[in-house]
Structures are given as C-alpha cells and as structure tokens.
Design a protein around this ligand. Structure first.
Ligand code: CTP
Ligand code: MG
Length: 231
C-alpha cells in the first residue's frame, strides 16, 4: 500500500539549546533530518515526501535534499507557530491520496517494519499510531504526595508516525482549526471526532531528538543500525 509522508520540520528546537533548529545539527556526517528523509526515500511504498519548513530555512534544507538525492521530496509548505499548524499546512498542500503518514522529522530511527504495519492498519481502520508500552511505574501526585499508582498495563507512550486515510486527517485538521482546538498529536484531532485510533506497537529506538542527551543516545542507535545493516 502506497502512502505520502508529511514531515513537520519547522520547529525551533528550544529544548535542545543549540540556538538553531535542532534538525540541522549533525549526527556523525550529516544533519538529523536527512536520516529521517533517507528512511522514506528508501521505502518503495513511499510515493511522496512533503516537508513543513520555516521560510528562512527552506533554501538550506532544499540544498541538502538535492545533495543527498532525496528525489521523493515533492514540495514544501510554510511551517506555522505550532506543530499542528505546520502539519495542517502540509496536509492542505498535498494532492489527495490514499494514506497519509505524519512523522516528526526529529525521529530519524523509525523502522521500516513499523511504517509498513502503520500504513496497512490505517488502510483497514482509518487511523493508526506508533506507540510503546510504558516501562516505568507511573504515579499521580498532589503537591508531591502520591495519590495513585496508575495501572501501567493501560499506558502507552505515543510516538510518530501516525497514519490516516487522507479524507479523515484532512477533516480532523480542519475541524480542529475551526474549533480552535490545539492537540499535541494528530491522533487527538481524530479522537475528538470519535473515530477509533489503533495502536501499532513500535520500538524504543524510535526516540525524538529533543534534549542534548538524546544526541548521545541517537549516535549509539545509529551505530547499531549501521552494524545491523539497516543503514
Ligand atoms: N515542528 C514544526 N513546526 C512547529 C513546531 C515543531 O514543524 N511550529 C516540528 C519540529 O521541527 C519537529 C517536530 O515538529 O520535527 C516535533 O516537535 P518538537 O520535538 O517539539 O521540536 P521543536 O518544536 O523544534 O523543539 P522545542 O519544542 O524544544 O522547541
Ligand atoms: Mg516543540
């Protein structure tokens, strides 16, 4: 099943404290976002890549896209104030298609297997998201005093990619903007339309490069993926 991927890449990377968009930071020999792009460039089922970028970064990003022969990049949309705005700009720019995958450009270690399962599940159910079981014991607290130990079996740490049929995610994105609703992921926009969202179990390697120590972990993951012939 073919799909189009939308990659929000227009953030500021404030928590990375690098004084620039963290996606331009290098892991070994190239910027973070190129590792993400290469996964989709190499997936035969990926038909088109669309990126949301800041206007002032479009040129530098496009230069890398050309240099590394990411030929599946079909276009760019202008990033917005919030991640949700950046994703919506892309969704409004892409031609209608079957399944749309939304994936943070800041998650370069996504596995091909998870992508394939997400696309198949979205095709069957309309909406599917990558997630991993919570590893730690989670407690609720009030003023620092434990009020409850939450049942871990019901908890999932949600990641991207999140996959949807084109009509559903476009409808959900439009409804959110009309209602002034700001979600932290795309699934929330679909959940509020009372459409079921299916979890697809992902890997713990699919971390988002968010804070400086993530770069240390990221380099280790890359080394292991290279050793295992995945890159
Ligand atoms: N993103 C975007 N547009 C925004 C904000 C974020 O396209 N207005 C993108 C980021 O570039 C990233 C992804 O959404 O690929 C996930 O966001 P996050 O990890 O929060 O990145 P930043 O917003 O850049 O980082 P921070 O929140 O620390 O500033
Ligand atoms: Mg952010």
């Amino acid at each position: 099943m073919n799909y189009t991927v939308v990659l929000p890449a227009a953030g500021s990377g404030k928590r990375m404290k690098a004084n620039k968009n963290k996606l331009l930071l290098e892991l070994f020999d190239k910027p973070i976002f190129l590792y993400t792009l290469e996964v989709f460039q190499q997936d035969p089922a990926c038909e088109a890549i669309w990126l949301a970028v800041k206007e002032e970064e479009r040129q530098i990003i496009d230069q890398y896209v050309t240099k590394y022969k990411i030929t599946k990049v079909h276009g760019y949309a202008d990033g917005g104030m919030e991640r949700q705005d950046s994703v919506r700009a892309c969704l409004e720019a892409i031609p209608p298609c079957g399944v749309v995958l939304v994936h943070d450009a800041a998650r370069p270690f996504i596995s091909q297997d998870v992508i394939t399962r997400l696309v198949e599940t979205a095709k069957a159910c309309g909406a599917a998201i990558a997630a991993v079981p919570v590893k730690d014991t989670i407690k609720k607290a009030d003023n620092g005093i434990i009020t409850e130990t939450v049942d871990r079996n019901a908890l999932w740490m949600v990641q991207t990619p999140q996959a949807f049929t084109y009509d559903l995610i476009l409808k959900a994105a439009k409804a959110a903007v009309e209602d002034g609703f700001l979600g932290t992921d795309e699934a929330m926009l679909v959940e509020r339309l009372n459409h079921p969202v299916q979890i697809v179990e992902s890997t713990y390697e699919n971390v988002k490069m968010t804070t400086p120590e993530d770069l240390i972990y990221g380099k280790a993951i890359l080394e292991s993926q290279i050793q295992e012939g995945q890159r």
